[in-house]
Design a protein around this ligand. Structure first.
Ligand SMILES: Nc1ncnc2c1ncn2[C@@H]1O[C@H](COP(=O)(O)OP(=O)(O)OP(=O)(O)O)[C@@H](O)[C@H]1O
Ligand SMILES: [Mg+2]
Length: 289
């Protein structure tokens, strides 16, 4: 059964999508574990980081995005629709290095997102208007758990959530094995973390200390200057012991591209000087799964 890691924070722009892709690529390229990314955000940034826009248009027109899967299951209520049919294999632009010199593509797959995700939520509410919201969330959580458990090929599933507690995010929160919560050390984001942990706690009916989560300091401009405030946050929240700096290496991979010289890059080539801190974060997260 794959382990589900959600990248979560209702604050926008904190680095959820970037963290999601970096961690998924780490597990796939550095550890060679079969890994899947599911893009459940209507902004589709994880999808843009893993495939060219032209390829996405094809899957959108063939109705092969996560939004189409939800539409078929939760709106049209077609029984037996398999999530497996929405998985695109060998995506992204990282490669594995083996000691025998071969350099295969990292075993990373994607279920692409769609701008239609926003609309789907409305359609699901309309279809299930006789139900309470928590009943809809439970039904969705049950569908997603069963569907993801059915993806037995994969060891890890990374879910990139939007900056909002929509229906799908709530369902993911219920079924995830771990939540990574990127945050910056500014005071406002700390309040955001408080709200986030308490919402997750309510949804999962779990005490904050029992929630499997780790807050990850991300996009930190002045690492030395931020350590004290991060230590303050760590008194109250479970903070992962790594600090992700704000770097150009990270920013330039906001869009998918193949390296001009070699095609695919190694994970370390791609994430440059931040790879050391990301490795620390990934290892802590994997230990908690
Ligand atoms: N450590 C970093 N260093 C430099 N740029 C970064 C870093 N992390 C993220 N970025 C950039 O900041 C922007 C926002 O990051 P990202 O999309 O990961 O945030 P997000 O939390 O997923 O946003 P949203 O809430 O809109 O989904 C992107 O352009 C990304 O490339
Ligand atoms: Mg995002």
């Amino acid at each position: 059964m794959p382990k589900i890691v959600a990248c979560l924070n209702s604050k926008g722009g904190v680095g959820k999508t970037t963290t999601c892709i970096v961690l998924a690529e780490y597990v796939a390229a550095e550890l060679e574990r079969k890994t899947l990314v599911i893009d459940v955000d209507w902004q589709m940034n994880a999808t843009s980081m893993m495939m060219a826009a032209k390829s996405w248009e094809k899957y959108q027109s063939e109705e092969k995005t996560f939004a189409h899967f939800l539409n078929k299951c939760m709106v049209q209520q077609r029984p037996g629709e398999l999530l497996h049919n929405y998985v695109l294999k060998d995506r992204g632009n990282v490669r594995v290095i083996r000691t025998n010199g071969t350099q295969p593509a990292a075993p990373i797959s994607l279920i692409p997102g769609s701008l239609d995700m926003d609309d789907i939520e409305f359609k699901i509410y309309r279809k299930h208007k006789a139900d309470e919201e928590n009943q809809i969330v439970d039904r969705l959580a049950e569908l997603l758990k069963k569907s993801i458990d059915g993806l037995t090929d994969f060891r890890y599933v990374f879910v990139d959530c939007p900056p909002r507690f929509d229906l799908v995010t709530k369902a993911i929160v219920k079924i995830m094995n771990f939540a990574v919560m990127p945050f910056s050390h500014q005071i406002l984001t700390q309040y955001g973390l408080e709200r986030l942990v308490s919402r997750v706690s309510l949804l999962r009916n779990q005490k904050p200390q029992d929630i499997p989560y780790g807050a990850l300091p991300t996009r930190i401009r002045n690492v030395a200057g931020a350590t004290d405030s991060i230590a303050e946050v760590a008194k109250k929240f479970k903070v992962i012991e790594a600090i992700i700096p704000e770097t150009e290496d990270i920013a330039k991979h906001g869009e998918f591209f193949y390296s001009e010289h070699n095609g695919r890059m190694t994970w370390r080539e791609k994430w440059g000087r931040s790879s050391r801190e990301y490795t620390k974060a990934a290892q802590i997260i994997l230990k908690n799964l």
